[in-house]
Write a protein that binds this ligand. Structure first.
Ligand code: NOJ
Length: 575
């Protein structure tokens, strides 16, 4: 586990740099992801927008978060909700204007907050001018911006795209085909071409000059392909193989990532968090160590639990023991070499409370327990919009209610595997990305107070019970519980331990119990979550000085044990 080396800068006596993780400006912060399309609609067109975000900055300040990551708001056909960019220098008019963006950066700054944008540079949109130029003249300069191949030679490889089907698609109007790791409207950019890389760095610096604090970096592991392209053993009846097989053969991504860091982020002391799933064993330090390519990357270990190579229809429910081991495994891996960014959900995942708590047992106490357990891990906690009020998965009664291209592809995979339409919908509905994309639930008025028009995606009907208005100021609400976790992270008396302290599991073998120490130089905190609906007895390792956080009112300490109620979560300061 993170072995107790504390982050410190320079030894005052010797002037020598100590062999410890460097402290960085962002490490004691709390981050919040905004999915702009579903956050707050200021003009009644059913789509959330930048002025809407500005209106809600005071709410975010009240919550206590510091770093705001915006999913893409660049000009885009929105085939993959903005992860298909047609102009990296423009704001999509549906989200607002460049003036709105500048105002957002300024308004955030005046509240002591930082804005991150999403950096989507593995691919662009097929409506980007580079791609249009490549179509017009595949042999010309822009043809080399993409991966093109002659159609007459057949597909260069049997890789499957993340959204199903081959990665190869005919290049309209030509005798060529192009590669897309994601949707066919997201052609991959050819990072082997230095001109492409230069264009990307120019754009990153342009945004950083505007005052952005950094970026969340999308799908970045895909920029390096295993070349020359070749087939790998097929893993489904379609004769294709999963993209991660190719990634495991791709060598040399570090050269690109190092170059990007040095040409851009490093010059601005920007914070970057990578969406990285497939780093190779031993590569973590190169990615996020002191001299890493990124400041941080997401800990997705918990999100991989129960996945099945056949498709999301075959995924299994997560158990408390699996969750605990995934968290501890990740902490062991990272130690104090760097800082993961921790999360229970984002715009690509189902709602964390619906996914990680047992079906039929989702309740406010359980939501708070889950919040506390991941929040107190060593790392930078990210909250996804709506998570702070305990938003839950939505029920789909027909595939027509699903907007997301990935869920639709998974639905087809389930049908192909022989599931009935009802079974397929029920199965893929559980993990659908649309669960997280329903409108933010602000109050109990029509459309959850998200829009005065028709929302682009139907709201979850439970907004009448679960909404910000109800929870703000209600002392026992999920929202106020998140605020108390953030307050503890900011509390000068505890911050050093909460942010930098080492992490050691406690009673790891005790079933449905997740407990760990956070140890600072002079302080020990004990975090305990009873991950089940029934009470259980927990042995205490010593005397309790203070109960710093408790998601329930009761505290039943009896000698050297405590009776933890179902879903109870506490943070204790030990003597
Ligand atoms: C990861 C993003 O988070 C997801 O929403 C998107 O579909 C893919 N990358 C492709 O950009």
């Amino acid at each position: 586990m993170s072995g107790g080396r504390r982050g410190s800068l320079v030894d005052n006596r010797t002037g020598q740099q100590e062999d410890t993780m460097k402290k960085q400006w962002w490490q004691n912060k709390t981050a919040y992801q905004i999915y702009p399309k579903s956050f707050y609609d200021s003009n009644g067109d059913g789509i959330g927008d930048l002025p809407g975000i500005i209106e809600k900055l005071d709410y975010l300040k009240y919550l206590g978060v510091d770093i705001l990551w915006l999913s893409p708001i660049y000009q885009s056909p929105l085939a993959d909700q903005g992860y298909d960019i047609s102009d990296y220098y423009q704001i999509d008019p549906r989200f607002g204007t460049m003036e709105d963006m500048d105002r957002l950066i300024k308004e955030a700054k005046s509240r002591g907050m930082y804005i991150l944008m999403d950096l989507v540079v593995n691919h662009c949109s097929d409506e980007h001018e580079w791609f249009k130029k490549a179509m017009a003249d595949p042999e010309g300069e822009y043809g080399n911006f993409f991966y093109l191949a002659d159609q007459k030679d057949g597909r260069p490889c049997n890789w499957r795209s993340y959204f199903g089907g081959s990665v190869w698609e005919p290049l309209p109007g030509t005798d060529k085909q192009y590669l897309h790791m994601f949707h066919k409207k997201q052609p991959d950019l050819n990072w082997e071409n230095p001109r492409v890389r230069r264009e990307i760095y120019k754009n990153i610096n342009w945004w950083l000059e505007k005052g952005l604090a950094g970026f969340r970096i999308d799908a970045i592991i895909n920029i390096k392909k295993a070349l020359p392209m070749q087939d790998y053993p097929a893993d489904r009846a379609d004769g294709l193989c999963a993209p991660d097989v190719m990634l495991s053969h791709a060598e040399g991504i570090g050269e690109f990532l190092k170059e990007m860091r040095d040409e851009t982020f490093r010059k601005y002391d920007a914070f970057t968090v990578g969406e990285v799933f497939n780093e190779k064993p031993g590569e973590l330090e190169q990615f996020i160590g002191d001299d890493g390519y990124f400041s941080s990357m997401f800990d997705f270990n918990e999100h991989l639990i129960g996945q099945d190579p056949r498709g999301s229809y075959a995924a299994k429910a997560v158990t408390a023991e699996q969750y605990k081991e995934a968290c501890f495994g990740a902490q062991e891996k990272i130690g104090d070499m760097g800082f993961y960014s921790t999360l229970i959900e984002n715009h690509d995942e189902p709602r964390g409370v619906s996914h990680f708590l047992p079906k039929g047992q989702v309740c406010e106490a359980g939501k708070k327990m889950l919040a506390g357990l991941y929040f107190m891990l060593r790392g930078l906690p990210f909250i996804y919009q709506g998570q702070e009020i305990g938003m839950e998965n939505v029920e789909f009664s027909s595939i027509d209610q699903v907007d997301d291209i990935s869920t639709r592809a998974e639905y087809q995979t389930a049908l192909d595997a022989g599931l009935s339409p009802e079974e397929a919908l029920a199965a893929v509905g559980e993990s659908s990305r649309d669960n997280a994309r329903t409108p933010m639930q602000w109050d109990d008025t029509l459309h959850a107070g998200f829009t005065a028009g028709q929302p682009w995606l139907k709201e979850n009907p439970n907004y009448v019970d679960i909404n910000v208005k109800d929870q703000m100021g209600r002392p026992d609400s999920v929202l106020e519980f998140y605020r108390s976790l953030i307050r503890l992270r900011k509390d000068e008396r505890y911050q050093d331990t909460v942010v930098y302290g080492s992490l050691q599991p406690y009673l790891r073998e005790q079933k449905n119990l997740m407990a760990y120490f956070r140890k600072g130089e002079t302080q020990t905190l004990l975090v305990i979550g009873n991950f089940q609906k029934d009470a259980q007895e927990v042995r205490l390792p010593g005397a309790v000085k203070h109960v710093l956080i408790n998601n329930l009112e009761s505290w039943k300490e009896e000698g050297s044990t405590v009776q933890m109620c179902g879903w109870q979560f506490v943070v204790l300061e030990m003597e």
